[in-house]
Design a protein around this ligand. Structure first.
Ligand code: DP6
Length: 329
């Protein structure tokens, strides 16, 4: 009744922002991401009659307030498997949690697979993606390797809302991302609350949805054809559009810090001087810089020398979620 899984975070090139149904986590729009080798979570789950309550320990800290309702997710898996035992869950990430580096995606993906295995269930990738989605939307994309599309689906029960691989991790190894960390503080508004507030109050949310299909088409084709400019340009603009909907909620949500702006301007100036690179930012202050392998090391060095950059993590298209033998406890 014990299993350990490893999952990589993913960074969206076309973002998921807004739910049409909250309890099953069904999105208003489809999204496309890269599963990032380098941003990893390992999770061990054990069900045992010896436990008197569910315990969740993330990076050595026992979690009391559970923003993502992980306890609700473990209950869902217990019901599926028909078991009653409480669980101990220990999770470790190699990057800051809840600061906009997609820790919930890798966290919930690793957790879902470990819990499913520990509960004795056998799910295929599609079923696993659907189940991970119910833990955290973006987690459904981390189940798969490389470049991934989460199809929003139409059905009310969510059975057609899951992720599929657009291209495997070896399709375009030249495509890289540099994740920068400019703050390790918890962000003021989590993505869950932030997107609900956006749907409810931003006058621009409708336009966001209207322009999504075009972005999806460009990024999907760009990935298949390895067209870096098309993917980068579309992803960067998609990110700015999402942040425009966030900034126009009531009250406004502004995730960017001065350091975030610093990197945005730096990316634009590097690009103007001839090196192709683009930025994307999720619900937090960290900037992910997309670039080509040949420019990776020199750009990484330059970013590290910018004021306010605490750390950078270099990522390439990575693996989906997998079971490993070494347990964390
Ligand atoms: C900005 O997947 O964290 O990173 O479904 O409520 O758990 P919940 O939200 P979450 O939202 C991710 C939002 C985003 C964009 C993206 O990853 O597509």
């Amino acid at each position: 009744m014990k299993a350990t899984a490893v999952a990589n975070a993913n960074v969206a090139l076309v973002k998921y922002w807004g739910k049409r149904e909250a309890s099953l986590i069904l999105p208003y729009n489809s999204s496309i991401s890269m599963t990032c080798d380098g941003l990893q979570t390992r999770t061990t789950v054990e069900f045992s009659p010896e436990y008197t309550h569910d315990m969740l320990i993330i990076n050595d800290e026992e979690l009391k307030k559970d923003e993502k309702d992980i306890m609700g997710h473990i209950e869902r898996i217990r019901k599926m498997a028909g078991i009653n035992n409480y669980a101990k869950m220990v999770s470790e990430t190699n990057f800051p949690v809840a600061a906009g580096l997609a820790s919930s995606a890798s966290g919930l993906a690793a957790f879902t697979l470990a819990a499913v295995k520990a509960a004795g269930l056998n799910l295929d990738k599609k079923e696993l993606s659907i189940l991970a989605r119910m833990g955290s939307g973006s987690a459904c994309r981390s189940v798969l390797e490389g470049f991934v599309e989460w199809k929003k689906g139409e059905k009310q029960d969510g059975s057609d809302s899951y992720a599929e691989c657009v291209a495997g991790k070896n399709h375009w190894p030249e495509f890289r991302m540099i994740a920068t960390v400019v703050s390790v503080k918890r962000k003021p508004v989590g993505s869950r609350a932030g997107m609900a507030q956006t749907v409810a109050t931003s006058p621009y949310y409708k336009s966001w949805l209207e322009s999504i299909n075009e972005d999806l088409e460009k990024v999907r084709t760009g990935i298949k054809e390895k067209d870096f400019e098309a993917v980068g340009e579309t992803a960067e603009y998609n990110c700015i559009k999402m942040h425009a909907t966030m900034m126009t909620t009531k009250p406004p949500i502004i995730y960017w810090l001065p350091e975030t702006m610093e990197i945005i301007h730096w990316v634009r100036s590097v690009r103007e001087s001839g090196t192709p690179c683009y930025f994307t930012i999720d619900a937090g202050p960290q900037v992910k810089v997309m670039c080509l392998e040949k420019d990776l090391n020199s750009l990484n060095k330059e970013i590290q020398s910018l004021e306010g950059v605490i750390k950078t993590i270099m990522c390439r298209p990575g693996d989906g979620t997998n079971i490993i033998k070494e347990h964390l406890f």
